[in-house]
Design a protein around this ligand. Structure first.
Ligand SMILES: [Zn+2]
Length: 369
């Protein structure tokens, strides 16, 4: 007999999600079924729901009626017949990154480079994502979801489901920091430092041994709150007051910082990104995780002459999720400084609007089921 579950589904863009009874997924093969206990809502979700099809028509949404939900955490309730190392009852985070699992990139642990790279419950990167959505149609705005075992991160007892439902953007920041290289004794510009990605980058960069963070954002109250995480290692600057590049150079004997992670959002002014980049020193490495959606005029001779490295980084691997889980378990990072605003599934539309309100990276929005 088919079992059912409650889910929030989107039937058309610019309409509210509707709570409905739908078929519950069944575990088979290499898949597991997770009972969702919490699912995070990232600030960009409202953009994806309302604008993505017009902004980025090459990036398909899951077919409607669609169950969104990017950042789920919960309890494994069933496993497919091929699954041996994951058991019913395991507390887990579900990495929404889906890929083909069979290409050179996937076999190398570089799933983000797979041509089938797709965010379950969010959006895909090309038409191949529709093949992925046919297999994994549902995200975390439902009582149950299925996922491949390779997407499962077991979480420690000292990480709540609500906290784990924030691992997506934390992982995006953590993966970007790893791409900088060894941070110990080095300096880092975090641009857009007070948003969700920026606060995550700050927390993990401190844990990973960075010597100095130059945190750039607009609003001073949140910058001041950020500085309190490590007053001796974080300096802050509001780029409403001038050029970030000039400020960073003034703090580094004219050289600039070793690395930069850009965390500006989709609709940010790309001039602020370019300004901050010029605060990175010769030979520096600049990682973009914010995804500002604009063209940028860049002096290519500056790029070459100074041996600059410009790197784009989308999301993080399940292995990196496991590393973060262990950092929380061992106390290397403390996520209790973050606040969550939790909503029940019935209030999903309210939660989506709240997540889009942009009240800063210390606060996250989450559905609690
Ligand atoms: Zn692949």
């Amino acid at each position: 007999m088919t079992e059912h579950m409650r889910a929030a589904r989107l039937h058309a863009i610019n309409t509210p999600m509707v709570i409905e009874e739908v078929e519950r997924p069944v575990a088979s093969g290499n898949d597991v079924v997770v009972e969702v206990k919490a699912c995070g809502l990232v600030p960009n979700l409202a953009n994806v729901l309302n604008n993505w099809e017009s902004w980025y028509p090459h990036q398909p949404l899951p077919p409607k009626p669609a169950i969104f939900g990017l950042d789920p955490a919960g309890i494994v309730r069933a496993v497919g017949e091929q699954v041996v190392a994951i058991k019913p009852g395991d507390r887990v985070y579900v990495n929404p990154l889906r890929s083909c699992g069979a290409c050179h990139a996937c076999a190398s642990g570089e799933q983000a480079k797979c041509d089938y790279f797709t965010f379950c419950g969010y959006f895909g990167f090309n038409e191949k994502s529709l093949d992925v959505y046919a297999r994994y149609p549902g995200g975390g705005f439902a009582e149950f979801m299925s996922a491949p075992q390779g997407a499962i991160v077991k979480i420690p007892d000292n990480l709540s489901f609500v906290q784990a439902a924030r691992l997506g953007y934390l992982g995006t920041s953590y993966s970007a920091l790893k791409k900088c290289g060894i941070l110990a004794g080095k300096s880092l510009v975090i641009n857009g430092a007070t948003g969700t990605l920026g606060v995550g980058a700050t927390i993990f960069a401190l844990a990973m041994g960075v010597a100095k963070i130059y945190a750039v954002a607009r609003g001073e109250p949140l910058l001041e709150r950020l500085k309190q995480l490590a007053p001796g290692r974080i300096e802050t600057f509001s780029n409403a007051k001038g050029y970030a590049a000039d400020w960073v150079k003034s703090r580094t004997a004219g050289l600039g910082a070793d690395f930069m992670v850009d965390c500006l959002g989709a609709v940010a002014d790309v001039a602020a990104l370019k300004d901050a980049m010029m605060g990175v020193r010769r030979g520096g490495r600049i990682i973009n995780i914010g995804g500002t959606g604009s063209d940028m005029a860049l002096n290519t001779k500056w790029w070459m002459d100074n041996s600059m490295q410009l790197i784009g980084s989308a999301w993080f691997t399940t292995a990196e999720g496991m590393e973060m889980a262990e950092m929380v378990r061992s106390g290397v990072v403390d996520l209790s400084i973050l606040e969550a605003r939790a909503f029940p599934l019935d209030r999903v539309n309210e939660a989506i609007n709240g997540a889009a309100s942009g009240d800063g990276g210390f606060t996250s929005y989450v559905l609690e089921l």
